[in-house]
Structures are given as structure tokens and as C-alpha cells.
Ligand binder design. Structure first.
Ligand SMILES: Cc1cc2nc3c(=O)[nH]c(=O)nc-3n(C[C@H](O)[C@H](O)[C@H](O)COP(=O)(O)OP(=O)(O)OC[C@H]3O[C@@H](n4cnc5c(N)ncnc54)[C@H](O)[C@@H]3O)c2cc1C
Length: 289
């Protein structure tokens, strides 16, 4: 197995162009497990840990450009106040060791339906910046996940960064696992309130072949809140609205039975998570007034 170790972003892109079969490695918390268990034997590994550009984040044009190699620990420590939904999701990933190595870019590269960053990213305004030696493009997260553990990257492309608009309202992330830590989600749900444009963002995890949004639930909640004048009055959230929102999120899912949970449990738990997430976020919105 070839081991490629570029020292800069341009070298990394050149290496990927020359060896399109090379498997990128950032934190290695997915890749090394697959190699150690002999599930994958790529002809080459492209180690991105020495590419400084990937480990940086910055605020640009009112958005955060999060380098693909920024770890969960750094998201929590450095961006907890700016990107609260992603930070909440990051806190639930693995253990301190996994959070110290694992990256949001690696989560996107793996594109597992159970990846914890996806519901948080889907609920916000977010784009994935990918690049090759011929240029770069930005893919909305909605279009990034193309199938089970598949994404929209071309063979010569790498993930450079994730562009996220900091929220104008509260965010929530909820996850059910079989224990409290070191657990892959049975179901997960991300929610963002966007009071500036009176919209609600959602992200469903572990309950469909890909992470996905619940557009019908988003529209329903935004419209019901607007019709009741609640975005302005910040009055209490009607329980019927929260329950119906949960039902519509459930309707957007298409889970399977697997070792972690049954499809029926996933559907039920998702409706509960969605109802609670909306209720908690709305309470935060009211308190912030
Ligand atoms: C014990 C354990 C617990 C875990 N718990 C969780 C959990 O609770 N929640 C969760 O979501 N995940 C969990 N994971 C999975 C893993 O930690 C995450 O998916 C993590 O985000 C992967 O990041 P990484 O940087 O380590 O990725 P890597 O392993 O380096 O790469 C993952 C994938 O992304 C690709 N890739 C990496 N960087 C790039 C790039 N810049 N451009 C293109 N492709 C790229 C790789 O080729 C590979 O396919 C766990 C893993 C372990 C071993």
C-alpha cells in the first residue's frame, strides 16, 4: 500500500489527481478501523494530517468556513457559541479520544446515515466546499449525500471545508443510543430556528439511507408559527403544533430494522425527538427575548 503524505493543500490535490484510488485519511477514526478489520485494502492512503489549510477555520462574509480537518474537540471548544447545533452533535461523538482525532470532514467523507454531524449541518444553511486540481465547487448538504455511505465527491476531489451560516435563533441536537457515550445513533435529529426569515430547519439521522431533511415538517412549523403570530409575540408553543411537527418528521423517515434498533422504534423515537427539539428550541427563543 502506497502512503502519500502531502504537506500542503496544493500537494494534496495533486496527489489525488495522480492517484484517484487513494483513500484520504484525516483523523483516521473510520479509515483505520476499516483497514485494521481488513474490510478495505486501498492501493494508497492519502494522509491529510499534515495539510495545515484543512485544520483552520475562519469567519468570512458572515459565514464560518470550517476546514475539513477541524476536530470535534475544536468545534466544541472554539465554536460552541457560534455553531451551537454542530457543537451539541460533536459532544455526542464517540469518546474524548475519538473527538480529538475525528473531524467533520471525515464524517462527510464517510457519509454514514448515522454520522452525527449531518443532522446538525442539514438543519442550518450549509455547503460543502470540494476541490480538485481543476477548481472548486460548493455543494449544498441536501445534495451531498447520494446513497448509503456515498457522497457527491468525484474521484479526484477532496473536501476542503464546510461553509455554515451562524444561526439567527436557537438550535438543538438530539440523539438516541443504546447507552450514554461511545455509541452510534439509533436515531438522531437536528433542528434550527431561523427567526430572521421565519423558517425552521431539520436534519434526520440514522432513519433513512442517507441523512435527510423533513421539508414538509419544516414548512408546516414555519407556517403554523407565522399564522399564529408566534415569531413576533414569542408566545408559548402550542402542544398540538409540536406533536404534528413530530408526526411530519416521522413521515419523512424511511428507516430499516438493524442490530441497533427496529424501524418501528426509529419512527417512534424520531417523532419524540423532533417534538422535544422544537419545544426546547422554542423555549430558548422565548427566553432570549
Ligand atoms: C470508537 C468509535 C466511536 C465513534 N463514534 C462515533 C459517533 O458517536 N458519531 C459519529 O458520527 N461517528 C462516530 N465514529 C466514526 C468516526 O469517528 C466519525 O465518522 C469521524 O467524523 C470520522 O472523521 P475522521 O477525520 O477520523 O475520518 P477518517 O477516518 O480520516 O475518514 C473518514 C472517511 O472520510 C474520507 N475523508 C476524510 N477526509 C477527507 C477529505 N478531506 N476529503 C475527502 N474525503 C475525506 C476518508 O477517505 C474516509 O472515507 C466513531 C468511530 C470510532 C472508532
Amino acid at each position: 500500500m502506497e502512503f502519500l503524505q502531502p504537506g500542503s493543500w496544493s500537494e494534496a490535490l495533486a496527489a489525488k489527481a495522480e492517484y484517484p484510488d487513494a483513500v484520504p485519511l484525516c483523523g483516521g477514526t473510520d479509515v483505520m478501523v476499516e483497514i485494521n478489520f481488513d474490510r478495505r485494502r486501498p492501493p494508497a492512503l492519502l494522509d491529510l494530517t499534515r495539510v495545515p489549510e484543512l485544520a483552520a477555520w475562519a469567519s468570512e462574509d458572515g459565514r464560518v468556513r470550517l476546514g475539513a480537518g477541524v476536530t470535534y474537540t475544536r468545534v466544541i471548544d472554539e465554536l460552541g457559541a457560534v455553531l451551537p447545533g454542530l457543537a451539541m452533535a460533536s459532544r455526542t461523538v464517540g469518546s474524548p479520544q475519538i473527538r480529538n482525532r475525528g473531524t467533520v470532514g471525515g464524517n462527510l467523507g464517510a457519509a454514514s446515515p448515522a454520522g452525527d454531524s449531518h443532522p446538525a449541518l442539514l438543519a442550518t444553511d450549509c455547503e460543502v466546499e470540494v476541490a480538485s486540481t481543476t477548481g472548486s465547487r460548493r455543494i449544498p448538504t441536501d445534495d451531498f449525500y447520494t446513497g448509503v455511505k456515498r457522497n457527491a465527491l468525484a474521484p479526484d476531489e477532496l473536501i476542503a471545508a464546510i461553509w455554515i451560516t451562524p444561526p439567527s435563533g436557537p438550535q438543538q441536537f438530539c440523539k438516541i443510543g443504546t447507552r450514554n457515550a461511545m455509541v452510534i445513533a439509533v436515531t438522531a435529529f437536528g433542528l434550527a430556528l431561523h427567526p430572521d426569515r421565519e423558517q425552521v430547519g431539520t436534519g434526520i439521522g440514522s432513519a433513512a439511507p442517507t441523512p435527510r431533511r423533513a421539508p414538509d415538517a419544516e414548512q408546516f412549523a414555519a407556517q403554523a408559527l407565522a399564522e399564529a403570530g408566534l415569531w413576533h409575540s414569542r408566545g408559548p408553543l402550542p402542544q398540538t403544533l409540536a406533536v404534528e411537527f413530530g408526526n411530519r418528521v416521522r413521515a419523512a423517515a424511511s428507516p430499516i430494522d438493524d442490530v441497533r434498533g427496529s424501524a418501528a422504534y426509529r419512527l417512534h423515537s424520531l417523532s419524540v425527538l423532533a417534538r422535544r427539539a422544537l419545544t426546547w428550541a422554542w423555549d430558548d427563543y422565548r427566553k432570549a427575548a
